[in-house]
Ligand binder design. Structure first.
Ligand code: SF4
Length: 227
């Protein structure tokens, strides 16, 4: 606590970061910046870079899913309808450009502009995409008792039940592995472990349901009749 207080006191003075670095014998200035919670240095630059990479990655993912939608490969999960409706609205925007209006270039850049808002709310879970459009609908925040938080709590995600979650083909292996592992555990349970048996069975059934939904949704559909 003393080192921390000292770092804060020193780092905010002119030339203080370097003085703190030397005094606390840090090898890297970034360590001192983190230690002193001092914004604007290498740490802030790194954060900005990470955020930029994250934003680019999200845009690429949303574009890939939009292209999938156009091929009739749909999302699954509780938030699938919402996402499909969104893609349908983008698709119709592209289709309804007035003939005498400015020429619409349907290249990726134009479509990305339309998709960028949605990309901003995308968070990646290990087994789902989280479209964090409305904190009040986030199941993880409800479970955590923090309904006004500005970010989802991916560690508490229950994507099979949250209305903001979608499952895609890329998530299938995770669910398949989970189902397989749960099945193995079930097979090893003794007959006296009734409660555990019930819990694992419902876990297994849930994983199987998600897998079936992903398989159904990713089998190309006609876009006029989304699931
Ligand atoms: S429960 Fe999962 S999908 Fe829902 S908001 Fe939280 S992290 Fe996102």
């Amino acid at each position: 606590m003393l080192r921390r207080t000292l770092a804060l006191e020193m780092a905010y003075r002119p030339g203080g970061v370097l003085a703190t670095k030397l005094h606390l014998k840090h090898i890297a200035t970034a360590t001192t910046e983190g230690y002193a919670a001092r914004p604007g240095g290498a740490q802030a630059e790194l954060l900005a870079e990470v955020n930029k990479h994250e934003a680019d990655r999200n845009l690429t993912l949303v574009l890939a899913e939009f292209r999938n939608y156009q091929q009739g490969i749909l999302p699954a999960g509780p938030g699938a309808r919402n996402l499909t409706d969104f893609f349908a609205s983008i698709d119709s925007t592209l289709d309804t450009a007035p003939a005498d209006g400015p020429k619409v270039q349907r290249n990726d850049r134009d479509i990305l502009n339309l998709l960028s808002k949605r990309a901003d709310v995308l968070h990646l879970g290990p087994a789902n995409y989280c479209w964090f459009t409305d904190p009040s609908r986030a199941l993880c925040l409800k479970l955590a008792g923090t309904p006004t938080a500005t970010r989802p709590m991916i560690g508490m995600c229950d994507s099979a039940r949250c209305p903001q979650a979608t499952h895609h083909g890329v998530h299938r292996p995770v669910w398949a592995e989970h189902a397989e592992r749960t099945k193995t555990f079930l097979g090893q349970l003794g007959t006296t472990r009734a409660t555990e048996h019930e819990r694992l069975t419902s876990d297994y059934n849930r994983a199987q349901r998600v897998i079936t939904e992903i398989d159904d949704a990713t089998t190309p559909h006609e876009n006029e009749d989304p699931i």
